[in-house]
Design a protein around this ligand. Structure first.
Ligand SMILES: Cc1ncc(COP(=O)(O)O)c(C=O)c1O
Length: 464
């Protein structure tokens, strides 16, 4: 913590007046890694920088759906639309979202409108959820897979929930036995990202059904709801039909609540708008009062804040989604999605191919199939976790990602690659152990060759 205070010019005495949990979040953000000074140096030196930090499609030239852009322009330029809105979301957007995930097509079920809560991205939704669910005085716990997007660890830390990390199996999917053992009487929620970050691994419908079975059994055992939260932000990139956590919950007879999280940050390529939502499903007869209380509490939480998401953006999205019922618009949108998916896949695979040719790089065990071959099916999102063999470089004070960027800066390689140290996706107790990795946002395209060559030169330098 002292290091952070020094870096930020904060005196420890002054920090004592504040909520100490806030400072712990610095461990769980991609905006505070040790690589950033190298990026600043590279920018100042006018070097070609490969920004591989945040999973932002826009940075890599992948832009939003055109009709949505037009509606945004109209709505933001109409002064009458710039008014306060229902705190839980623009009612017509909530109505449309009650019918399903519009980007993947309607699903044939409808949620009550009050079960849809619009937020400032999934990030906002998770913050609200933790604020509503966690009673730190009770020692409440949350269950999070071991390799996980930083948000979940961060928000658990802020809310002071105890985190139980679940181990992954050899394919990078939550180990079901360990999941069962990790859910205790104190567990409030289980967070599952159905297609991952940083790993890119996708959970199958069967595994999700097994997870439902385990959570159901624990709810019966402890007689309280355990919120099963499914982050499906990358589902639009799945080659097969997207996994639908609510439909699966209906089919599998989910007892307690399932919450689906989605946002327009990835497939819609609009992360800067900060628009996402939770869809709360509860079909069982048990825990109806508890789920009603949760939904009401979310809405009361949002009321004093006057709503988290901008009104014009919500109206523009409503207009876009509403039109998808029209078959000509649906076709246009499906073309947009299919092209985007193919383009992302092409880029990720070509970067993966390039990395595989560099002798000395290693990939996590999850990327290998049964016959020890690297398996492209493990890469479903646009992230690649990769490391430099620990026979070439040991763990040190600075992350390998930072050492690589420093080397590239000082040795005039074609580019400077700014990656995220892999440990950032782990809880503190799992860091600084074993093989170190860094995570690439594998969306760079024209700069692919200079990026790969620059990584290669760093690895080469470690051999001599
Ligand atoms: C798994 C996952 N969930 C959520 C987010 C953030 O979503 P949003 O922009 O909607 O807050 C990210 C961002 O990279 C992510 O990887």
């Amino acid at each position: 913590m002292e290091k952070l205070f020094q870096k930020k010019g904060i005196s420890s005495d002054a920090a004592k007046h504040l909520n100490p949990n806030v400072f712990k979040l610095a461990h769980h953000t991609l905006r505070e890694t040790d690589v950033l000074p190298a990026q600043a140096r590279a920018d100042a030196a006018g070097r070609l920088v490969i920004p591989s930090q945040l999973g932002d499609p826009v940075v890599h030239g992948l832009y939003a759906f055109d009709p949505f852009m037009r509606y945004l322009a109209e709505e933001f330029c109409n002064p009458k639309k710039l008014k306060y809105n229902d705190s839980c979301g623009y009612p017509e957007l909530r109505n449309v979202l009650a019918d399903g995930n519009m980007e993947f097509g309607t699903t044939g079920y409808r949620l009550p409108r009050e079960r849809v809560i619009v937020e400032a991205g999934i990030s906002g939704a998770v913050r609200s959820m933790m604020a509503v669910l966690i009673n730190k005085g009770n020692g409440d716990e949350v269950v999070i897979p071991k390799w996980s997007y930083t948000l979940y660890l961060a928000e658990a830390e802020l809310a002071e929930a105890k985190v139980r990390n679940v181990e992954l199996n050899s394919r990078g999917v939550v180990d079901l036995g360990h999941l069962r053992d990790s859910i205790t009487e104190k567990t409030k929620a289980v967070f599952i990202t159905t297609m991952g970050n940083p790993l890119g691994v996708a959970i199958s419908n069967e595994t999700f059904r097994d997870i439902i079975g385990i959570v159901n059994a624990k709810e019966k055992e402890f007689n309280h709801p355990i919120y099963l939260v499914a982050d499906i932000i990358y589902e639009g990139f799945r080659e097969a039909k997207p996994l639908d956590p609510i439909l699966l919950s209906m089919e599998a007879g989910r007892i307690g609540p399932t919450i689906e999280l989605y946002s327009i940050s990835k497939l819609m390529a609009s992360p800067g708008i900060r628009l996402g939502w939770m869809r709360i499903y509860h079909g069982g007869e048990s825990f109806t009062e508890e789920v009603h209380a949760f939904t009401q509490a979310c809405s009361i939480l949002l009321q004093p804040g006057l709503g988290a998401a901008s009104t014009p953006a919500q109206i523009a999205l409503f207009r876009t989604y509403d039109e998808l019922a029209n078959s000509a618009k649906r076709e246009l949108f499906d073309t947009y999605i299919n092209e985007r998916r193919a383009e992302v896949r092409r880029r990720v695979h070509s970067i993966y191919d390039g990395l595989q040719k560099i002798d000395g790089l290693v990939f996590p065990e999850f990327y290998y199939d049964g016959s020890h071959k690297l398996d492209y099916a493990a890469l479903n999102t646009f992230y690649i976790l990769v490391g430099i063999s620990d026979s070439l470089i040991k763990r040190g004070e600075l992350s390998h990602a930072r050492q690589m960027a420093d080397f590239q800066l000082d040795n005039g390689t074609p580019a400077v690659v700014i990656a995220v140290p892999g440990d950032h996706f782990l809880a503190d107790e799992y860091r600084n152990q074993g093989q170190e990795y860094f995570r690439l946002v594998a969306l760079f395209d024209e700069t692919r060759d200079p990026a790969i060559e620059s990584i290669r030169r760093f690895v080469q330098s470690l051999k001599s």
